[in-house]
Design a protein. Sequence first.
Length: 295
Amino acid sequence: MIKKTTQFKQLLHSNQVEFLMEAHSGLSAKIVEEAGFKAIWGSGLSISSAMGVRDANEASWTQVLERVEFMSDATNIPLMLDGDTGYGNFNNVRRLIQKLEQRNVAAVCLEDKLFPKTNSFINGDQQPLASIDEFAGKIKAAKDAQTDPDFCVVARVEAFIAGWGLSEALKRAEAYYQAGADAILMHSKVSTAEEVLSFKERWQDTCPVVIVPTKYYSTPTQLFEEAGFSMVIWANHLMRSSIQAMQNTAAQIYAERSLVTVEEQIATVGEIFRLQDIAELKVAESKYLPKNGIS
Ligand code: SPV
Ligand code: MG
């Protein structure tokens, strides 16, 4: 099997647009893989909401790491962790890279904001950015820390989010690329793709560009293909759909004080067992457990 890091790097450099779907647990990661996606986005927003905390580094980095380990173990496709700002300075980033490699995570995305981060869709214009030099140093430290040459570091530019415009976005992307970033994630919170398209037009193919069209969701995917983006991240859609499903089920059972009507609408217990690969355990039991159950 091709290493996950190599798989991810190949996707980044493929000549077509590739799609990453968000996951936030071992189970959701497995569902992403079964749906046919070739890579997973370990979303900070979704992981933190699954933990019941805010996307503001309220979960510690080791808590995130533990979650990511389950996601990585449950799947055979590469995972890119949303590593926020790297949870500290360049030194924290170096340790993060070491731990991600140990857990078979293929890539990390680091954003040029300040710790503790704030989700890009909250009070965007007031979000302070890291200095270009400080963030470039983080990217360089990350690249120097990796031991697998195919591990990818994606530099996320928040210039548009913070209201700084195209020239700042270009300046930052160039600095991070020069520092060794394997790709640039250009984020935007406007409802059209105009910002990311304007960046791509100037950036050309300097290095791969990744986008997150959460807010400009109505843009036809064909436009992303024609513009030559490398990756599109569907960033939070399994979390959002599961919230809706859980709210509906909880409300229905509460109101009806019975399981009768929900039973047909939800996954079976057997489906849980299948997703957990109970079949493999059965085979292992017959191989390793004493036949009469007593040794
Ligand atoms: C995430 O999924 O946590 C992201 C994307 O970073 S966004 O929420 O759009 O900032
Ligand atoms: Mg995030």
